[in-house]
Design a protein around this ligand. Structure first.
Ligand code: FPP
Length: 240
């Protein structure tokens, strides 16, 4: 057993998750969709804690997409309330949990209170290195690339960048994920097999693991299973 534990390969450095299936989880129980998101928030806490235990360096989660504004006012404000509460608690418990926060997405459309909480969480957690959570909030992959192009063109116009010298690595520095390695593993629970505008630039070489479990039921054992699947594929196809 001890020997088996010792031989366990290192987990991926960066895991990204599409937290899907909250609505169906609630519907199965006759509960409002917001109750599903609330249970999804708990699943996120469990997963982030487990990632820290495993030594995963980066966990990127899709919490709210640029398309999610089309949902009912009640559902959108329910998710925003949950995120606000979560970040208030995270700021309160920061010295105990040592989670580092980053936010991907266009925060300008969030309400000012939530936006300030995001910025505070990001700046106040900058010194921590145990696990970094990247929250995708009002995030869309195409939107991220467009915002990156806008920032890059502004630098070209200001004479700070040379258009003939642009490289893939150079452009990556204009994305929300600047400085963060690409995810090796992307997990989508709930049985859907799409990437839904999630990290299109960063996932060109990622392994995708699709699972039937609904996100609120996602457990540490499910994360173990996804990591095992990742290592199986890696052993078969990886390496030079
Ligand atoms: C997708 O499930 C999930 C979302 C659009 C929201 C995700 C938000 C959370 C998990 C809450 C975030 C809060 C914290 C504290 C992390 P869905 O509603 O599309 O599910 P369905 O496909 O079954 O309808």
């Amino acid at each position: 057993m001890a020997e088996k534990e010792l031989k366990k390969p290192a987990p991926p450095r960066h895991i990204a998750i599409i937290m899907d299936g909250n609505g169906r989880w609630a519907k199965k129980r006759g509960l409002p969709r917001t109750a599903g998101h609330s249970a999804g928030g708990e699943a996120f806490r469990r997963t982030a804690n487990y990632c820290r235990t495993l030594g995963v360096e980066y966990l990127t989660v899709y919490a709210f997409s640029t398309e999610n504004w089309k949902r009912s006012e009640e559902e959108v404000s329910g998710i925003m309330r949950l995120l606000t509460k979560y970040l208030q608690e995270a700021l309160r418990d920061m010295e105990k949990n040592h989670v580092r926060f980053r936010f991907f997405g266009d925060l300008s459309r969030l309400n000012p209170k939530l936006r300030k909480l995001c910025l505070d969480a990001q700046s106040r957690s900058d010194e921590y290195h145990e696990v970094q959570v990247n929250f995708c909030l009002n995030y869309g992959g195409r939107d991220e690339i467009i915002r990156g192009i806008q920032a890059y063109v502004r630098d070209v116009q200001a004479g700070k960048a040379d258009v003939n010298a642009l490289t893939e690595t150079g452009f990556s520095a204009y994305l929300d994920s600047a400085g963060i390695p690409d995810p090796e593993l992307v997990i989508r629970p709930s049985g859907e097999m799409r990437i839904s505008n999630f990290l299109p630039w960063q996932t060109v070489y990622s392994e995708f693991v699709f699972m039937d479990v609904l996100w609120p039921d996602f457990s540490p054992e499910d994360l173990d299973k996804a990591i095992e699947e990742y290592h199986r594929r890696n052993r078969r196809f990886g390496g030079a």
